[in-house]
Write a protein that binds this ligand. Structure first.
Ligand SMILES: *Cc1c(COP(=O)(O)O)cnc(C)c1O
Length: 407
């Protein structure tokens, strides 16, 4: 045995039966939802070991979503940077343009299994709403999506997409009229209609069993990536990088590699205008332990426990809390976290368009900004795999505005 003292990771043991990752996670919801969450957890455990459910899931991921996604060697970007080899896991090529469809399909199948024909969801930028609305159309399920009034104004195209697919989009006028308020409304709806309604939560967040379940539906990303990099390079990568909003695309990629101590894993948060109160969404830069919307985790809050304003150029990373599993692996040191500012993100976004002909989502461009920096510090025999979580079609108007262009 070598003398190094790498702490053994027992990822299978997490979360525990109370839904905890160490001190994080748990189930902080109104009494009326406890039964629903317990039932959901039990149903999920059965589905997980049901070959019929798993084969239906695999079939839909292939036929409807477009899996497997490629692992793409970014040759020109690698040359441009002159350091480590850069590979992208191409979740941007999935139906509806991001990884979110993996989870939407999984949970919709679970809802059908439970005999629930009505689906509700929350959405910020609209990506999770669109993924959910398309899946509901495909499966013949009723769909209501809660969205902050401010977000509806900012993301009108996505609102229309959801409506085209037959979903009802309900505007939320409380609070900041953004994602956090949409989650509150969705929870309120669920409390009232829990008998016939399933709530498809969009990230590895919220009360148990959601963080675990959402993670599991995205683990396919890492499983594919392992096979693909072994096929292309004959070995595992040195580093893996993903952006972190709630944390679903990152944990989906990382999970498969948590117990590979030689692989460095890095989550990239939204640095916004820079790390000053109210100007970013990097929960590990100034966030503190607290409870928000169902779970205990790192939260951006003021001295009185009021949730702070957050800012990011990308709506998908603009949230005050981070998934509890990330909080756990951050504290244990297994995953490193960094952040990228809006300016760095805009730069990385343009670079990728220019040298690879790939327009990334602004969320993914956070991971990219860090990847570019990191690749330049590493030698040419090193390998980085980055999760390209989504495509940037939804963001081109916004980027044009930042660059002072009219489109
Ligand atoms: C929603 C979204 C994210 C952030 O969500 P996670 O749960 O952290 O993955 C990242 N990238 C894209 C493209 C998204 O749409």
């Amino acid at each position: 045995m070598s003398g190094t003292s790498v702490k053994q990771i027992d990822k299978e043991a997490l979360p525990n039966r109370q839904g905890r990752f160490g001190e994080f996670g748990g189930c902080y919801v109104p009494e009326t939802l406890m039964t629903a969450l317990k039932d959901l957890g039990e149903e999920y455990e059965q589905a997980k070991s049901d070959p019929e459910f798993q084969s239906e899931l695999a079939f839909q991921l292939k036929e409807f979503a477009g899996r497997p996604t490629g692992l793409y060697f970014a040759e020109r970007l690698t040359e441009e940077i002159g350091g480590a080899k850069i590979y992208f896991k191409r979740e941007d090529l999935l139906h509806t343009g991001a990884h979110k469809i993996n989870n939407a399909i999984g949970q919709a199948l679970l809802a059908k299994r439970m005999g629930k024909r009505r689906i509700i969801a929350e959405t910020g930028a609209g990506q999770h709403g669109v993924a959910t609305a398309t899946v509901c159309a495909k499966m013949g399920l009723e769909c209501v999506v809660y969205m902050g009034a401010v977000d509806m104004e900012r993301q009108r195209l996505n609102v229309f997409r959801m409506q085209l697919c037959g979903a009802e989009v309900r505007g939320v006028d409380s609070g900041q009229k953004t994602l956090k308020d949409a989650v509150n409304e969705a929870m309120r709806d669920w409390v009232t209609n829990v008998r016939d309604t399933h709530y498809i939560l969009g990230s590895a967040l919220g009360a148990h069993p959601y963080p675990m379940m959402v993670r599991d539906f995205h683990r396919v990303i890492g499983k594919e990536a392992r096979e693909q990099i072994l096929e292309k390079e004959g070995r595992l990568p040195d580093e893996m990088i993903a952006c972190v909003g709630g944390g679903s695309n990152a944990i989906g990629l990382f999970y498969e590699f948590l117990d590979e101590p030689d692989i460095r894993l890095v989550g990239v948060e939204a640095g916004g205008y820079g790390i000053k109160q109210g100007e970013h969404a990097a929960r590990f830069e100034g966030g503190r332990l607290g409870v928000l919307q169902g779970c205990k985790t790192y939260i951006l809050q003021n001295e009185d426990g009021q949730i702070e304003l957050t800012h990011s150029i990308s709506a998908g990373l603009d949230y005050a809390a981070i998934g509890p599993e990330h909080a756990y692996y951050r504290d244990t040191g297994r995953i490193d976290y960094a952040y990228a500012t809006d300016d760095e993100v805009l730069e990385a976004f343009q670079l990728l368009c220019r040298v690879e002909g790939i327009i990334p989502a602004l969320e993914s461009a956070h991971a990219l900004a860090y990847t570019v920096k990191r690749a330049s510090e590493l030698s040419k025999d090193k390998i980085i795999v980055m999760n390209l979580s989504g495509r940037g079609d939804k963001d081109v108007n916004q980027v044009a505005r930042f660059l002072g262009e009219e489109v």
